[in-house]
Design a protein around this ligand. Structure first.
Ligand code: SF4
Length: 64
């Protein structure tokens, strides 16, 4: 599965990075970037947590 961050909505609170540091990294520009092309099955739960924790609802699973 692929996950995406809407850069226009992201405000760099880094809750995503805290929930799933293997997947999200907030850059110097305060926008979170996705570090992986595909989310490994064992990280799906962490990404789900990041989606719930993001105060801006900026994270979503990418439609295939
Ligand atoms: S938690 Fe949401 S708003 Fe905050 S850095 Fe992550 S994607 Fe951006």
């Amino acid at each position: 599965m692929k996950v995406q961050v809407n850069a226009d909505m992201c405000e760099g609170h880094a809750k995503c990075e805290k929930a799933a540091p293997e997947v999200f990294k907030v850059g110097d520009d305060d926008v979170s970037v996705v570090l992986v092309d595909e989310v490994a099955p064992e990280l799906v739960e962490k990404v789900e947590r990041a989606i719930r924790m993001c105060p801006r609802q900026a994270i979503s699973w990418a439609k295939v």
